[in-house]
Ligand binder design. Structure first.
Ligand code: NAD
Length: 699
């Protein structure tokens, strides 16, 4: 397939890249560019060549649809394309508009001249998927815009608006007008003036204090990118642009690229990149299902979650009504919301007028009548079925037909909530994570009767409020909280068996979790789990309390975590540092004594494996039951909702990387050491089967 078109404009050949949506450099596009450059070279009437993309993108870089396929590495490779462009005897002008990123920018750097239009985005973002620009970007960009500026772009991966690069040698001409017309005019001028072709490879990258610059960069970046080798390797590659001739620099870049490519971190980050895109697809829904229009939103409850949820919608410029039961609670919530926006303005993250205009989109109310016109309602009241029932019955009575009624419940049965209304097809779960305005994850809970267009709408609105949404079926705790059950159980069991709170958190934090389970409990509030346990016990009185009796004992002392100044740790007033507390050790000791348990030494490997494999095993069940659509969705939930180390790609990919057979063997080992009466450790049937067949979750 040829994804590039050829047009003649007088003596200028225009090669138009055409591979929607972002001109990913697929095999078809790469071949098309080569064919058309050759054609222009062969035509004596052609004096110059313009390479242009679409309005949306010059080129967004590699075509992600080709990732992992033979087409991705088939010739002509991007290197070959760039060499052909750069060595063309006729001037090649890149006409840059829209996204010019990754391989797209590397291709533009291979052209002899560049004309850019205002509003374009320029980036080498490879570092974000654990790589470095591998088609000459680390060698050409410093030669063109200077070592320091290039280093910043390559190490951060952040897009830079073309306006900010106006006046740099990256652009030979900057236009506010019509890109193609101006690029053709520029090409004609270059040809008429017989301007020497500017090959970036022939320039020199220099810096007066290069050694000091690289040392400084390594210190700064090394400290920030502990488990991620890519940023440091980016520095190594850019350094080669200064210290080595071009061809040698390209070889070094290639070697470093491959080291990263085959490393665990890049594998994990590439997995995550693709997983995010896959997560947006809802299985079993026809492609022509259209989203409902959402012009306004209602939030019920202005507590911890309701306030954060409202902030998300306000940030997206969507008018939001927030409802509470008392003026006091309403005022408290509104204050939290306006404090957030004021804070952003004070920190210079947003203009004060903008902050004020967003707060003005909020309509606080105590009356359900104000919800009669809104398109989407998100309920975030107390986690009690009775309260949810009252709210949903009310919503059913006042909301207009077609309004979507979403619940932020963490654990309650969404299908029961839906039945409180006469429109269960409009009811869906929208499970945000705390703090709701910060955490990227949104679990969208698909009830038995949730309509397809409701799901499509929620997935779309999630994107608008910058969340990564994952579909979950209905079960106790949905994907994330259901899995965390086994993880927390193992953490507390090991506490009972002999490990300390600090040791368990330390082992998991060394593994890369943002926070160990006990620090996480203190942050979220241990009373939440306590309430859930009490509910579960009430529903099933036969359940005998195990090691979680330790958590109950702390809660009975009012140790709910950071909010009460103590939990698994103690906290000094106004501070969040978790400090060891001998009082907790005493509670643990008393518990062990009462149950006749002799403490044993538990190593870090056992701590990590028991916690993480508990997640994996439950994840396998969730997958088998169809609660999660795909293993990579589970990885997204854990990385964006629970702080699982991104460099390991999520629990399911991590298990894959170990080999599922090894996970099963470890589980069998834990089963052998399990205390009498417990049968927690059984490999889930899907896990056992995949392991036996030598397969993995993500293949
Ligand atoms: N806190 C978390 O980490 C978290 C995370 C995800 C989901 N959730 C879920 O979000 C919901 C809210 O949790 P939260 O932590 O924000 O609780 P919260 O106690 O901070 O806030 C609940 C708010 O709802 C108000 N409220 C109670 N009944 C109401 C009614 N009938 N109408 C209007 N407002 C009412 C209360 O006044 C309170 O301000 C729960 O379902 C919870 O399970 C919580």
């Amino acid at each position: 397939m040829n994804n590039a078109h050829y047009e003649l404009h007088g003596k200028v050949a225009v090669i138009r890249m055409d591979n929607a949506p972002v001109n990913g450099l697929s095999l078809g596009l790469r071949s098309g560019i080569v064919t058309n450059v050759r054609r222009a070279e062969a035509d004596p009437d052609v004096h110059a060549i313009v390479l242009i993309g679409s309005e949306k993108a010059f080129s967004g870089g590699a075509d992600i649809r080709e990732f992992g396929s033979p087409a991705a590495i088939a010739e002509p490779s991007l290197h070959t394309v760039i060499n052909i462009v750069e060595s063309s005897a006729k001037p090649v002008i890149a006409a840059i508009g829209g996204a010019c990123m990754g391989g797209g920018l590397e291709l533009a750097l291979g052209c002899h001249f560049r004309v850019a239009v205002a509003g374009s985005q320029i980036a080498l973002p490879e570092v974000k998927i654990g790589l470095l620009p591998g088609a000459g970007g680390t060698q050409r960009l410093p030669r063109l815009i200077g070592v320091e500026a290039a280093l910043n772009m390559i190490v951060s991966g952040q897009p830079v608006p073309s306006e900010l690069l106006k006046g740099t040698p990256l652009f030979d001409q900057f236009t506010e007008g019509e890109l193609l017309k101006d690029a053709i005019a520029f090409a004609e001028k270059v040809a008429i003036e017989s301007r020497p072709l500017k090959r970036v490879r022939d320039l020199f990258a220099t810096h007066p204090k290069a050694d000091a610059l690289f040392m400084f960069a390594r210190n700064a970046v090394g400290a920030m990118s502990k488990n991620y080798p890519a940023p440091l390797k980016c520095i190594d590659a850019v350094e080669a642009s200064v210290t080595k001739p071009f061809d040698e620099g390209i070889k070094i870049e290639g070697k470093l690229f491959l080291e990263l490519y085959w490393g665990d971190e890049s594998r994990a980050l590439r997995h995550l990149f693709l997983a995010e895109r896959r997560a947006a697809k809802v299985e079993g829904i026809a492609a022509d299902v259209r989203a409902r229009a959402i012009a306004s939103v209602g939030v019920i409850g202005a507590g911890t979650m309701g306030s954060g949820i409202a902030i998300n919608f306000l940030m997206a410029g969507i008018p939001t009504v927030i409802l509470e039961t008392t003026q006091e609670a309403l005022d408290r919530g509104v204050k939290n919301i306006s404090d957030f926006f004021e804070g952003r303005a004070k920190k210079g993250k947003m203009k004060a007028e903008k902050a004020a205009s967003l707060v003005a989109l909020l309509k606080p109310t105590l009356s359900y009548d104000d919800l009669s016109g809104v398109d989407l309602i998100i309920e975030a009241v107390f986690e009690e079925m009775g309260v949810k029932k009252a709210v949903f019955e009310k919503l059913d009575a006042v909301c207009k037909s077609g309004a979507i009624l979403a619940s932020n419940t963490s654990t309650l049965n969404l299908d029961r909530i839906a039945e409180f209304t006469k429109r269960p097809q409009d009811v869906v779960g929208a499970h945000f994570f705390s703090p709701a305005n910060v955490m990227k994850l949104l679990e969208v809970v698909r009830g038995a009767k949730t309509a397809d267009d409701v799901l499509v709408t929620i997935m779309q609105i999630a994107k608008k409020i910058r969340k990564t949404a994952v579909i979950s079926g209905v079960c106790d705790g949905f994907i994330g909280n259901r899995m965390i059950g086994g993880y927390s159980r193992e953490a507390i069991n090991m506490l009972e068996e002999g490990a300390s709170v600090e040791q368990i958190d330390g082992a998991l934090e060394n593994f890369g979790w943002a926070m160990g389970p006990f620090r996480m409990g203190d942050l979220a509030g241990n009373d939440i789990g306590w309430a859930i346990r009490k509910r579960q016990r009430a529903e099933n009185p036969a359940v005998v309390s195990g090691a979680e009796a330790i958590a109950d004992a702390l809660c009975e002392q009012g140790r709910f975590g950071q909010k009460t100044g103590s939990g698994w740790y103690r906290y000094e007033k106004g501070r969040r540092n978790a400090l060891s507390d001998p009082a907790v050790g005493a509670v643990v000791e008393a518990h062990r004594k009462a149950r006749g348990i002799t403490a044993r030494k538990i190593g870090s490997t056992e701590i990590v494996q028991r916690c993480v494999f508990a997640l994996v095993n439950e994840g396998a069940r969730i997958l088998e039951e169809g609660i999660a659509q795909r293993a990579s969705d589970i990885d997204i939930v854990y990385i964006y909702g629970y702080g699982f180390p991104a460099n390991r790609g999520g629990p399911m990919l991590y298990a894959d990387s170990l080999g599922l057979i090894n996970v099963v063997r470890a589980i069998e080992g834990f089963a052998r050491q399990e205390k009498a009466g417990s049968d927690f450790w059984h490999a889930a049937p899907l896990l056992a089967k995949l392991a036996a067949d030598g397969k993995s979750f993500n293949s």
